[in-house]
Write a protein that binds this ligand. Structure first.
Ligand code: FAD
Length: 400
């Protein structure tokens, strides 16, 4: 059976690898809009942005494609899916037949809708090119405005501060990272960024961007004008679900798939940021934008296509690096559960355990990776020590 994968990012590349590892013998064609070999995106807001890394890790080199017999076609945009004819159409006029199709199309940065949002100097961050363009603006003393107080915005702010850039972060809502962490963590992040010299403004929006003096941008922040040398917009992702919608697949906050990654057409799968799958840890369906999810869900889809019985139901996990902090979030934190704190918030080394009546629900760890490791085991086993033990730093959790 020939497999065609649309989208050569983290998820698409891992489906190709997994198919061959699982013994799939048919053709594998990997079609990617970007001109590059598949690469990892997390360094784009960290090491690549700071200049510490020249290039993010490549997921499938040309040599690996050859060895694995993966027909990788960079710079090829798929424009349509013909389900009856079992083929995809590409912008270059080519047509590729499939036995099974995988949609790993991810998404594109959401743009601002205010006047001036398309001016030169207003950036987004999703690709190598975006990262390099922003990096060229991280000059000591330059003024950078980051719009969006989510993970990508905060990582950009942290990387820019390390380069002595004068950084302002705007968040339209009343707290940082509100979609993924409870208020306690938002407060911690706010205090950390302010301590590092970032001008964080909550409940503030941009109403327009115009030309300022000497190539600067004049930005109206909730009605007050301020000048910046560059602006980065980090306000979320618009999913690339257009192909799926146009060919009649079920799409609801992403492409709806079953536990093995199959969409409403059993010969079409979806993986990564674009897939919306049942997840018992989330208590329903989950669409999860994370490096680990893109990789592990793709490995599972490779197994499923190769003929295995697969139920993908991983505990959601992601990380973020900001300044000297490594933050990890395991499970889906709730705003309604109180957290048991272990360690020192003041010293920036602690974990917050959220325990519901039926057991451990989530852990947020700041410079405490070992707590995540042990908590993952407890979640899988359905066990959890009592709160007094969790909070007691004299107890080695990994020895319990
Ligand atoms: C700057 C940045 C930092 C991040 N940091 C972290 C982190 O610290 N921790 C973490 O857990 N996660 C992080 N992530 C998230 C993680 O990288 C993503 O969840 C992951 O890349 C998703 O992989 P994907 O393959 O689903 O989508 P993508 O990586 O977006 O890949 C989709 C690919 O499909 C292509 N495509 C789309 N439509 C078509 C079409 N019609 N034809 C051909 N090709 C098409 C796109 O061009 C793209 O190359 C970060 C993401 C970014 C952008």
């Amino acid at each position: 059976m020939d497999v065609v994968i649309v989208g050569a990012g983290q998820a698409g590349a891992w489906v190709a690898r997994s198919l061959r590892q699982e013994g799939h013998e048919g053709r594998i064609t990997l079609l990617g809009r970007e001109p590059h070999a598949p690469y990892e995106r997390p360094p784009l807001s960290k090491g690549v942005l700071s200049g510490a890394e020249a290039h993010p890790p490549v997921l499938l080199t040309p040599q690996q494609c050859e060895a694995m017999r993966v027909d990788f076609r960079p710079g090829v945009e798929v424009t349509g899916i013909d389900r009856a004819g079992r083929q995809v159409r590409c912008a270059d006029g080519s047509v590729v037949a499939y036995g099974q199709l995988v949609l790993a199309t991810g998404g594109r940065p959401r743009m601002l809708s205010c006047p001036g949002a398309d001016l030169p100097g207003v950036h987004v961050l999703r690709t190598i090119e975006d990262s390099r363009a922003i990096a060229s603006k991280l000059v000591p003393g330059h003024r950078l405005l980051v719009i969006g107080g989510g993970w990508i915005g905060l990582e950009i702010a942290a990387t820019a501060r390390k380069q002595q850039v004068d950084v302002t972060v705007l968040e339209a809502g009343p707290r940082l990272c509100a979609r993924s962490v409870p208020p306690q963590l938002s407060d911690f992040l706010l205090a950390k960024h302010r301590k590092e010299g970032v001008d964080v403004r909550l409940s503030t929006t941009v109403t327009s961007i115009g030309a300022g003096r000497e190539r600067a941008l004049a930005v109206q922040l909730s009605g007050v004008a301020k000048e910046f040398d560059a602006v980065v917009v980090g306000i979320g992702l618009v999913l690339d679900t257009g192909l799926a919608e146009a060919c009649g697949l079920e799409v609801r906050d992403g492409i709806v798939v079953d536990p093995s990654g199959r969409s409403s057409d059993p010969d079409i799968y979806a993986v990564g940021d674009v897939a919306n799958q049942p997840n018992s840890w989330a208590g329903g369906r989950l669409r999860f934008e994370s490096w680990a999810n893109a990789q592990n869900q793709a490995i599972a889809v490779g197994k499923a296509i190769a003929g295995g019985e697969v139920v993908y139901d991983e505990i959601p996990w992601f990380w973020s690096d900001q300044y000297d902090l490594n933050l990890q979030v395991l499970g889906i934190p709730s705003n309604d559960l109180a957290g048991i704190v272990r360690g020192s918030v003041d010293q920036g080394a602690f974990s917050v355990f959220q325990v519901a009546e039926d057991g451990l629900r989530s852990v947020i760890a700041v410079n405490a990776p070992r707590d995540i490791k042990v908590a993952k085991r407890w979640l899988k086993q359905g066990t959890c020590p009592p709160p007094s033990v969790l909070a007691d730093v004299s107890v080695r959790l990994d020895k319990l």
